[in-house]
Ligand binder design. Sequence first.
Ligand SMILES: [Zn+2]
Ligand SMILES: [Zn+2]
Length: 122
Amino acid sequence: MLYICLNKKIIMSTEPKSIKKINLDELEVCWNDMHIGLHKIKTLRDECPCATCKGETVLLKTYVPATKFDLPGKYEIKNISVVGSYAMQILWNDGHDTGIYSWSYLQSLCECTNCDKIKSRN
Ligand SMILES: [Zn+2]
Ligand SMILES: [Zn+2]
């Protein structure tokens, strides 16, 4: 089971205290402001912020109907590493590892029940 404890003593900004894969489909992120975030792993991959993924998405929307081949393991997390104090990098089972998820980006993707309520109000 994947579990990362960042173990920060000085709290400068909203950062995760821990990142945990709670089952095959979901990642739980405990933030230092007491927020318990929930992320569907599929959403994280679909919203991968790297240039390749975001670039292809734009192209697909503009020119091609969604006929893209998925490699096996596309929606499986192999490893997560923390980048500096501002982001995390996900290594996927299909070998993709260029997505850097900043904490603020991660928060904007949060799918916990509280955040879902806030989003549906807008
Ligand atoms: Zn949330
Ligand atoms: Zn990507």
